[in-house]
Design a protein around this ligand. Structure first.
Ligand code: GLU
Length: 305
């Protein structure tokens, strides 16, 4: 492995509930990937979607991570405290003529074409209307021009080279929602850049978001980090583990067995006997090999080629 002094990784849970086994798997991968190269690892609480987030969930997540031996190298950053930074990025884009106000309702977009993961491809209705964003129920969208920047090609460290034309497959996307909340795409891009994140390790369910995040990085002249998307854990009904599918929180009384199970899920080499969490992480950092992971398959790839 190369010297990892410059590596900065992160785990960025949304505090909508305690961590379940699927979120633990993503956390283990991000932590092992950082520690394997002596890199730094940050914890960011993505509570930008305030109505869906709770303090109780954040407290549970922080306690669970600590029980599982994760040690962040910096104080926790909370998106709920970073509105000024998101606003500044919006101002910059506005100044560059890249934003427009949009009052399309869901109903109006119901018949718009959809991409491979059933997202509306924005048909451009409000692009030239010059609405003002001071009106209620007005979202702000990023103008995605169909030019060379919109053709995003990136290299996922395990999935290989993937590409998407953001103008064709996504269209102008929302950066501030009609309810006034900053969109995940904006917050994650601004924060990864502000925190100097060099490598994003996260679940494959987010893979389809990566091209539009890279596109936004280009619009804001940010560096693009490296990406590694981790296979998704599914339940017996083949659903992704989540609050909606009633995934159970990870137990805090069987930490070693659960870490071992997460490691096995990632198809990592056997660690031998270990009796403490510290030993687990020491060996995990030595043996981590993301090339052994098995992709969740086509389902989460959407139309990425
Ligand atoms: N907050 C997102 C989630 O919990 C993760 C965002 C990311 O890793 O980019 O699904």
């Amino acid at each position: 492995m190369t010297s990892g002094t410059a590596y900065v990784g992160r785990f960025a849970p949304s505090p909508t509930g305690p961590l379940h086994f699927g979120s633990l798997v993503a956390a283990v991968a991000s932590y092992a990937d950082a520690r394997a190269v002596g890199g730094r690892w940050l914890l960011r609480i993505e509570d930008v979607d305030a109505p869906r987030c709770t303090k109780a969930a954040e407290t549970a997540i922080v306690r669970q991570l600590s029980a599982y031996g994760f040690e962040a190298d910096q104080a926790i950053v909370r998106q709920s405290a970073r509105g000024d930074h998101y606003e500044a990025a919006l101002e910059e884009l506005k100044g560059a003529g890249r934003l427009f106000a949009c009052n399309c309702s869901r109903k109006m977009l119901a018949l718009a074409p959809r991409n491979a993961v059933s997202e509306v491809i924005y048909p451009g209705r409000c692009r030239d209307l010059r609405l003002t964003d001071a009106e209620p129920a007005t979202a702000l969208r990023l103008c995605v021009h169909d030019d060379a920047n919109a053709q995003v090609i990136f290299n996922d460290r395990t999935l290989g080279e993937l590409s998407q034309n953001v103008a064709i497959e996504v269209g102008d996307f929302i950066l501030r929602r009609a309810d006034g909340l900053y969109a995940y795409q904006l917050a994650v891009v601004v924060d990864d850049a502000a925190q100097g994140v060099t490598t994003v390790v996260r679940g494959e369910d987010l893979l389809m978001n990566t091209p539009r995040q890279i596109y936004l990085q280009r619009c804001l002249s940010y560096a693009t980090p490296g990406y590694l998307h981790v296979p998704l854990v599914r339940n017996d009904a083949s659903e992704k583990l989540s609050k909606q599918t009633r995934a159970q929180p990870i137990a805090e009384d069987s930490v070693i067995a659960t870490l071992d199970a997460a490691w096995a899920f990632l198809h990592q080499p056997a660690l031998g006997n270990f009796t403490s969490v510290a030993q687990f992480w020491k060996r995990a950092a030595e043996l981590w090999n993301p090339a052994l992971m098995r992709s969740t398959g086509a389902a989460s790839r959407g139309n990425l080629e």
